[in-house]
Design a protein around this ligand. Structure first.
Ligand SMILES: [Zn+2]
Length: 214
């Protein structure tokens, strides 16, 4: 596991996480044209790597071939990226993107929750900073939805819109929330989750994903 070099730092759009040709400005995170025209429901999308070799193989093995122990390696690699470590440390609450109850039974673990727990425990051990908490009881996915790839675009969006719920007693307005996902493909799932958080009063939402399909 240690033979892989850290992933290269790449300038990415702060909206969709896709690579950008121009260098970023620390004071003003860059946005691609598409995200300027149609801003996503989050402030910043943090992405570690493009979804490709060798990361795609490792992520697949971790979550689909039942190797939950890979989570700690992957979580440590992400912490070796200074901007991602800063985004995690500055969040108040890490919210793993939930699986439906049926998917959770099939897989046996929620890969995003494994990461969130690792990172919260990591920062809790650092002196001087409270670091983020992680909560799996705020952003909820109460019902199973049809597999997205079997549906057309408009059916996908309807399917997703009903998928997420937020705990009714959650007080989110003053918290910096960081939603944790493993792979962003279209971003539709994260948009639906963040729209549910916004509807529940959240005002500061960013997202962090391991990988982005280029
Ligand atoms: Zn973008």
């Amino acid at each position: 596991m240690q033979r892989f070099a850290p992933a290269p730092q790449q300038t990415r759009c702060s909206g969709c996480g896709l690579p950008l040709a121009t260098a970023g400005d620390a004071a003003k995170p860059p946005r691609c044209g598409a995200c300027l025209r149609r801003p996503p429901p989050w402030q910043h999308c943090h992405v570690w790597v493009d979804y490709g070799y060798p990361w795609a193989d490792i992520i697949t093995r971790w979550k689909l071939q039942q190797h939950p122990a890979l989570a700690a390696h992957i979580a440590r690699w992400v912490l070796s990226s200074p901007p991602l470590a800063a985004a995690l440390q500055q969040a108040d609450v890490l919210l793993p993107l939930p699986l439906s109850p049926q998917r959770l039974r099939e897989r046996g673990f929620n890969q995003a929750a494994q990461l969130a727990r690792y990172w919260a425990q990591h920062f809790a051990r650092q002196p001087g900073s409270p670091g983020p908490r992680w909560r799996s009881d705020i952003l909820l996915r109460p019902q199973h939805t049809a597999a997205q790839r079997s549906l057309g675009r408009s059916a996908r969006l309807r399917n997703l819109h009903a998928a997420f719920a937020v705990a009714p007693e959650a007080q989110l307005a003053d918290l910096h929330l960081l939603v944790i996902d493993d792979v962003i493909t279209t971003g539709a799932t994260l948009r639906a989750a963040c729209a549910a958080l916004r509807a529940a009063g959240a005002q500061h939402i960013s997202v962090l994903a391991l990988a982005r399909t280029p």
